[in-house]
Write a protein that binds this ligand. Structure first.
Ligand SMILES: [Mg+2]
Length: 115
């Protein structure tokens, strides 16, 4: 299976809730959309930053989205006893069934790992 592994920290200096994290996820998704819009001048911006700068901004906002999604996973595990690993396995099955991926072989035993 071809994949990408990322490792993002548990932000243990914060006390996120499901609600605060959901709002933050939408905020970060909005910032990502804003960065992409800036890239295309969708709000009539003039004096565009260089493409490379905008792409870097897009990547940074995408990582913010990923961090917030992972933070929500920590909240769901800690406060709601959710099994993220089981859910990830079912997600893979769903992607296979929908034909979104072709390589169902060589799947790692575990899809999530706590450090
Ligand atoms: Mg952001």
């Amino acid at each position: 299976m071809k994949g990408k592994t990322i490792s993002l920290p548990c932000l243990d200096a914060l006390s996120p809730t499901l609600e605060s994290t959901a709002l933050k996820l939408m905020e970060e998704a909005g910032e990502l959309a804003q960065a992409i819009g800036k890239y295309r001048g969708m709000s009539g911006e003039t004096g565009f930053p260089e493409e490379k700068q905008v792409v870097q901004l897009i990547v940074e906002e995408l990582v913010d989205v990923a961090q917030t999604a992972v933070t929500m996973m920590y909240v769901l595990e800690k406060k709601y006893d959710v099994d993220i690993e089981e859910t990830l396995q079912r997600h893979l099955e769903k992607m296979l069934q929908k034909g979104y991926m072709t390589e169902g072989q060589n799947r790692p035993d575990r899809l999530i790992e706590d450090m």
